[in-house]
Design a protein around this ligand. Structure first.
Ligand code: SF4
Length: 397
């Protein structure tokens, strides 16, 4: 079977910048990749009105467009009966260029999990995963093409970073999933998309501006946004400390998830290269400050790797370090690693997973082992599905 190392994804994913932090996580060739076409979701209200004026449309039409997009998830202008037919084609091109197209869909868990591989305007690939739970429907979305953080156990990390996604590209994943929910694509009939997690491809804080623009439009009520509560949005980061601090100043109560994966700097330096830039103390300080400012419990993501970070001593040190900041400010999500082929990092033994959780519980730390669905999809800090999707493409080609 082809592996990521050998297969030509035809993905447009080029060698990326795999070192550095925050601004400089961007690949050197990032700026040459070109920008996604401008979409209604990328424009401010004034920008939308300017485009409307150029098209000879009165300003009130902009609100109608936003209503179609955010309240009805509809970008097919040909069906807008409240729009003059002579304007529809131009409006389609100027406000709703196609930003993402489905290439492959995989279903799991009796249809309650749907993974989609998307093609972007420049032939890049990203993925999103829609998951139905008894009391919520969660969409896991991508914010960058590839990832520049270079974690050695992660398939996406091997791809490097190709480019940041635009706010429109991020939001199109949400719109399409919301439409699928409304149209009853998930078992049980029509439902509402209730939760968003930034745990697909990419380090969301490395694409701060577009990510924040997207978060604001996800959480604002229609016709300015999709109306999904900010409290139901989770942002996962590998620990980009300036980004976490900037997020505190936004005063928006999203949940923060930190991919820690190791309780000490020695070990984390090896598993998460970004740790050399922002060490565990800096990351945990920032995470606790986030909790103090928002009163939202922080999630600590911890991919359990056999014999590497899953032993009793690791659990005890993790508990000690978290308890240093006080009680009840954090929830730990140990995740069974979804290993990549040929990697020396493999999944923990079930008894080690159980022991890890027990030690955390005995130390008074809230912790839940992710279910297999979560681990299958969320992987390390959420980005391990890339390889699986790529291989599936090869099998089908
Ligand atoms: S584990 Fe997360 S941060 Fe690390 S390379 Fe993979 S996607 Fe990037």
């Amino acid at each position: 079977m082809a592996t990521l190392d050998t297969l030509d994804l035809g993905s447009g994913i080029t060698d990326g910048g795999t070192h550095g932090a925050f601004r400089d996580v961007l690949a050197k060739n990032h700026s040459r990749r070109g920008k996604a076409p401008l979409h209604l979701a990328d424009m401010s209200d004034d920008e939308r009105k300017n485009v409307a004026r150029e098209l000879g449309m009165p300003a009130f039409r902009v609100k109608q467009l936003a209503q179609h997009y955010f309240a009805h998830y509809n970008t097919d202008v040909a069906t807008y009966t409240d729009f003059p037919s002579n304007l529809r084609e131009t409006v389609q091109k100027s406000f709703f260029p196609t930003l993402i197209e489905p290439l492959l869909e995989q279903e799991a868990d009796n249809g309650e999990t749907i993974k989609t591989l998307w093609k972007l305007f420049d032939n890049s690939r990203i993925e999103s995963v829609l998951m139905k739970y008894p009391k919520r429907v969660t969409l896991c979305i991508s914010s960058q093409v590839g990832c520049g953080m270079d974690c050695p156990f992660c398939a996406t990390g091997r791809l490097g970073l190709t480019r940041n996604m635009s706010a429109g590209e991020i939001l199109e994943q949400v719109r399409i999933a919301a439409l699928q929910c409304e149209e009853g694509k998930l078992p049980g009939g029509p439902t509402r998309l209730s939760n968003i997690v930034f745990m697909g491809m990419g380090e969301a804080l490395g694409n701060y501006k577009a990510m924040m623009k997207a978060i604001r439009q996800i959480s604002t009520l229609p016709p300015e946004g999709f109306g999904i509560s900010a409290r139901n949005i989770t942002l996962s980061t590998v620990g980009v400390v300036p980004g976490i601090r900037k997020l505190i100043d936004e005063h928006i109560p999203i949940r923060l998830a930190v991919s820690l994966h190791a309780p000490s700097d020695d070990l984390r330096d090896e598993l998460v290269p970004m740790n050399k830039r922002f060490n565990t103390t800096q990351v945990l300080d920032a995470a606790h400050d986030y909790y103090a400012a928002t009163k939202r419990r922080v999630s600590i993501e911890y991919a359990l790797m056999k014999g590497i970070n899953d032993q009793a001593e690791h659990a005890r040190l993790l508990a000690k370090r978290l308890n240093h900041y006080g009680d009840d400010w954090v929830h730990v999500n140990p995740i069974p690693l979804n290993p990549i082929e040929g990697s020396r990092w493999t999944a923990s033994k079930p008894e080690d997973e159980a022991q890890f959780i027990e030690i955390l519980h005995n130390a008074g730390i809230s912790a839940t082992l992710r279910d297999t669905r979560g681990s299958d999809i969320d992987g390390a800090c959420g980005q391990l599905a890339a390889k699986e999707l790529a291989e599936d493409l090869v099998r089908r080609s």
